[in-house]
Design a protein around this ligand. Structure first.
Ligand SMILES: Nc1ncnc2c1ncn2[C@@H]1O[C@H](COP(=O)(O)OP(=O)(O)OP(=O)(O)O)[C@@H](O)[C@H]1O
Ligand SMILES: Nc1ncnc2c1ncn2[C@@H]1O[C@H](COP(=O)(O)OP(=O)(O)OP(=O)(O)O)[C@@H](O)[C@H]1O
Length: 590
């Protein structure tokens, strides 16, 4: 980095074109970009469009580590990165990867946060101060001397963010940093990013599928498709003006934009504040007001598909007085009692570290309870091995890489079926249909590690669907996916549920839970805090708040309207809000 070039831009991408090794197809195609110092850039696009590949050019992980062929130049502060070394750039350009496990390599949380500053050669006092500040920012002070391998998914993600914050880089690239965080953790991290950007003028490049949370924070939005930047502008403008194009790419507008448009707001630069939306709704409902006709109320109720299983009332899973004490003495499950019927679609929610994965893991006997028992189809599972249980339970791990180990996409899906000793023809049929369902047929011969994160997640799901188990346990299956793929996948899961399969979905995505789950269980610090129909649970704001959860926007509006005396049902989705308004002859813009 000797001869600075004459330019104001902090980062310039000039005609960047890239192909991975052994592949002729261009993953990045003639990308030209300029980023100014202090910009907060949101990068969006469908799964597999090249977002992660693009951001890895910022510190030359592409092509130095990935291999492959890169043409064009990346210039940071006037200096051509082709003359730079990856390890040096890593100190200037912070990067929070999609999978936190790939960047946590110390034994304990605080050691991991100190690693970067130590490499910068900072004095001991400064290192300590930075570690303290980062711990506070990521709210992990209490876990500072915990071993990394004992952390929950979200706690690991916070640690990975903290490690980067401690380096105080000029440019920080974050590849879906909130994908495993609970809603209040997501808000905290995004708020922290906003502060870093505003106060320290750190340039931020954020890949994020949760647009509701970020579109008002970022100055600029880039949308990619098939290796190209196809839209570049103010997030609000793009989301409002390019809705058709975005929807085709599987990018859905945030609920607040959808609802404000329905209600006739004519916004130019930002969405109206929540209070204005509530006020407009109250005004619109006033004429038909507070006494609802029984018929219309019936129509507005959430449409929950009845499970078709004839044995509906029988317990598929019964969890009795289950407690789990870890080796370090901490109690991660406390007297959990649950009765899950055949054909239920339930969601398991809770703050990071609440015990969701630990509870789900007990179903597979990954952990042994310290007391209590679990009955599956009426039988105590303590008699079964994990291998036997996996023939009845399709279990999707939080991190897809924990369950992918074959050399090709096809073989990966086939692997589980081989263990079931199914005839070859039937096996092929099931593999092909699972790959097609997850839109992975074109990658059938590819090595799974040469897929994007979202594609690997879909591969893990395909492997489980091919087994056709009666009980599906899905631990955050939608991480890293665009809305289009998420809906296709969850529609399929709902179809299976209607055929009688029982579904347990662990998720931090309240909008999806509101749309798909019939029953919602909220956990807090190892205990069940709430358990009931989705509409009821989402209308319990105090308890949800205590568990770090934020109800979806339509549910919040319904609740506040009730407080004002309106007789409204527990609406959970934008389409329920629409039908409710129509039933009251309220004119809406669709
Ligand atoms: N090592 C590799 N070899 C060949 N192709 C690869 C490799 N890694 C990724 N790809 C392909 O490059 C394309 C872009 O991948 P990338 O990870 O950049 O996508 P993405 O937009 O970040 O996706 P996601 O949102 O799912 O993380 C994908 O089609 C993927 O299959
Ligand atoms: N091996 C272990 N030893 C000690 N504590 C552990 C161990 N594994 C997990 N824990 C702790 O148990 C608690 C529950 O973890 P779990 O993974 O079940 O949470 P979770 O609700 O699934 O969280 P997330 O939403 O972050 O994935 C966490 O605080 C975690 O730190």
């Amino acid at each position: 980095m000797d001869q600075p070039e004459d330019t104001d831009a902090l980062v310039r991408f000039e005609n960047i074109t890239y192909s991975y090794p052994y592949s002729d197809s261009r993953v990045l195609s003639d990308v030209n970009l300029k980023l100014e110092k202090g910009e907060f850039v949101l990068l969006a696009g469908p799964s597999g469009c090249g977002k992660s590949t693009l951001v890895r050019c910022f510190n030359r992980l592409v092509p130095e580590i990935s291999g492959g062929k890169l043409s064009g130049r990346v210039i940071i502060r006037g200096k051509d990165l082709r003359e730079e070394k990856v390890h040096k750039l890593a100190l200037e350009v912070g990067m929070v990867f999609q999978n936190p496990e790939t960047q946590l390599f110390s034994l304990k949380v605080e050691d991991d946060l100190a690693f970067g500053p130590e490499n910068l050669g900072l004095p001991g006092k400064e290192i300590l101060s930075r570690v303290e500040k980062s711990l506070k920012a990521i709210k992990l002070e209490k876990l500072k001397d915990h071993f990394i391998f004992t952390l929950s998914g979200g706690e690991k993600q916070r640690t990975a963010i903290g490690g980067n914050l401690a380096m105080e880089p000029e440019i920080l690239v974050l590849d879906e940093p909130t994908s495993d965080l609970d809603p209040s953790g997501t808000r905290e991290v995004l708020d922290l990013l906003r502060r870093l950007n505003a106060e320290k003028r750190i340039t931020l490049i954020l890949i994020e599928h949760k647009l509701d949370e970020v579109f008002e924070l970022a100055d600029r939005m880039l949308v990619m498709d098939e290796g190209k930047v196809i839209l570049d502008g103010k997030p609000f403008d793009i989301l409002c003006r390019e809705e058709g194009k975005l929807k085709k790419l599987g990018i859905h507008p945030p609920q607040i934009i959808e609802i404000s448009r329905l209600l006739g707001f004519n916004c130019r630069t930002s969405s109206p504040p929540y209070e204005n939306i509530l006020k407009r709704l109250a005004e619109l409902l006033m004429p038909s007001t507070r006494e609802l006709q029984p018929e219309s109320r019936k129509e507005a109720k959430p449409k929950i598909p009845p499970a078709l299983c004839p044995e509906e009332s029988l317990s598929h899973v019964r969890i009795e007085k289950l407690s789990c004490r870890r080796e370090d003495g901490s109690e991660t499950l406390k007297n959990v009692n649950l009765d899950i019927k055949y054909g239920e679609f339930l969601a398991l929610l809770g703050h990071n570290g609440a015990g969701k994965t630990t509870l789900a893991g007990h179903l597979m006997r990954f952990h042994k309870p310290s007391s209590g028992r679990i009955l599956l189809n009426g039988k105590n599972i303590s008699k079964y091995s994990t291998a036997q249980l996996s023939q009845q339970i399709g279990y999707l791990f939080q991190n897809p890489d924990s369950q992918i180990f074959m050399n090709s996409v096809f073989e990966e899906v086939r692997f589980g079926l081989k263990n079931l000793k199914i005839p070859e023809e039937e096996m092929k049929k099931r593999v092909n249909s699972a790959l097609e369902m997850m839109e992975l047929s074109v990658y059938r011969n590819r090595h799974p590690q040469a897929l994007s994160r979202g594609q690997r997640q879909r591969l893990a799901v395909a492997s489980i669907l091919a087994l056709e188990p009666d009980l599906l346990v899905l631990d955050e299956p939608t991480t890293g996916q665009d809305r289009g793929h998420i809906h296709k996948f969850l529609d399929k899961i709902r179809e299976l549920n209607r055929l009688g399969k029982t579904v347990i979905l662990i998720s931090h995505d309240m909008e999806l839970v509101a749309e798909y789950a019939e029953r919602v269980i909220v956990m807090k610090q190892g205990e069940v805090l709430l358990d009931g129909p989705a509409a009821e649970v989402f209308l319990s704001p105090e308890e949800l708040d205590a568990a770090g959860l934020i109800p979806p926007l339509p549910a919040r509006l319904a609740l506040d309207l009730r407080k004002q005396g309106f007789d409204v049902p527990g609406m959970l989705t934008v389409s329920e809000l629409k039908s409710f308004l129509r039933a009251h002859n309220v004119e809406i813009r669709d």
